[in-house]
Design a binder for this molecule. Structure first.
Ligand SMILES: [Zn+2]
Length: 397
């Protein structure tokens, strides 16, 4: 672990910008005076971020002062946090036309739609993704009819390998993986076979599978055995049956082994059955931190429980993760999961200028898990300003 002092020292060494250079370069936008937290560079320091031609051009102290005379647009981030644009690897942003813009206003500059649609109507989510302002991709639900109230693959014939392969073959540019939803109310006793088929499809295109775990019929170890490096387990804090942790507070050995071979573990906040405080607490206490935080965003979630990605991140501050850890889970760690986010989740010079300005407010904030249990936190992150590809965009009102 890098402590706070090392962060600051690393920052000072990395980012000094000679005054003469700062004055000479024409910047398009400067995010001024914020506390930069960029886990990818181990930076935690008050700095300005200068942007030119849609990319991070410089990070340093008082760039704004040197550029003041040139009339460059500035965002005053004094008293706020400046982090890489947030990357949310489990959303349903492509379910509705306005999804991408709503997420962008919350600081989300990259997202994955995790299986809203299957082969039959994948064109609908792809159309939304293609018209989105951010970097984004969709996962295809192995259930060809997508998410169904009666369960995506309760009828096993819906887990149609040929149909999924055909859809991916025609949309290689936009389909980034395969989603298998495995809870007993989604796949029933078909869970293992559904995942086997999802893996058959994904492997043939060298794509990852994301499984929706929790309350499955099959024991979790049996399902994890089918996962390959780079695959993702979402809803990692789901309560029993078939949690990642046993009754005595030990992470299952098969879960630890899966992480060791490169399987990733993701939050997937959502609204039903995925997050219970006591489980999250036990898992974190056992030292098994999430690789990524994600919202499982839907229009309904925007009104209750999920609200926005910064709110979801705040829950893990309440549960004891550090600000650096929480930001890493929503930026650099998330960028590593899908190739579309390569070179994002960072504020390094030369990277695309996707930036989230967040406000960390102190006070009394109530958070609720998926089971109606309330907890009070002392801090909450709020979206304040978002920069996408070097341009300031509208923020949630
Ligand atoms: Zn979901």
């Amino acid at each position: 672990m890098v402590n706070r002092r090392q962060f600051v020292c690393a920052a000072a060494a990395l980012v000094r910008v000679p005054d003469v250079l700062a004055a000479a370069v024409k910047y398009d936008l400067i995010v001024k005076g914020g506390r930069i937290i960029d886990p990818s560079r181990k930076i935690d320091a008050i700095r300005d971020v200068a942007i030119a031609n849609g990319r991070i051009a410089a990070i340093g102290a008082n760039i704004a002062g040197n550029a003041a005379a040139t009339g460059v647009e500035t965002i005053d981030a004094g008293g706020k946090l400046v982090v890489p644009g947030l990357i949310d690897i489990h959303t349903h942003a492509a379910r509705v036309n306005e999804g991408p813009a709503l997420c962008l206003a919350d600081g989300v500059t990259g997202w994955i739609d995790a299986g809203s649609q299957g082969a039959d109507r994948i064109g609908e989510t792809i159309a939304v993704a293609k018209s989105a302002p951010q970097q984004c991709r969709v996962l295809i639900n192995i259930g060809r009819a997508g998410i169904l109230p009666e369960g995506d693959t309760m009828d096993l014939s819906r887990a149609d390998v040929a149909a999924a392969r055909d859809a991916i073959g025609k949309n290689r540019d936009m389909i980034a993986g395969v989603k298998a939803r495995l809870s007993r109310d989604v796949a029933g006793a078909n869970d293992f076979e559904v995942l086997r088929r999802a893996q058959e499809v994904a492997s043939s295109f060298h794509l990852p599978v994301m499984i929706h775990m929790g309350q499955t019929v099959s024991p979790l170890p049996k399902l994890l055995a089918l996962l390959k490096p780079g695959d993702i387990v979402t809803h990692m804090f789901a309560p029993p049956p078939n949690s990642i942790i046993d009754d005595s507070g030990h992470i299952l050995p098969e879960v630890i082994a899966a992480r060791r071979r490169g399987v990733r573990f993701d939050l997937g906040n959502g609204r039903t059955g995925h997050l219970r405080w006591d489980i999250a607490e036990s898992v974190l206490k056992a030292g098994f931190l999430p690789d990524t935080l994600s919202t499982d965003w839907t229009p309904e979630g925007r009104a209750a429980q999920v609200i926005d990605f910064p709110n979801v991140m705040s829950k893990f501050l309440m549960l004891g993760m550090s600000l650096d850890q929480v930001v890493a889970c929503a930026t650099v760690n998330a960028s590593a999961v899908f190739p579309v986010f390569r070179n994002r989740g960072t504020l390094k010079v030369g990277a695309p200028a996707d930036v989230a300005v967040l406000e960390l407010r102190e006070g009394t904030f109530e958070f609720v898990d998926n089971y109606g249990n309330k907890r009070t936190g002392r801090q909450r992150l709020f979206p304040s300003a978002t920069v996408l590809a070097g341009k300031r965009v509208a923020t949630r009102a």
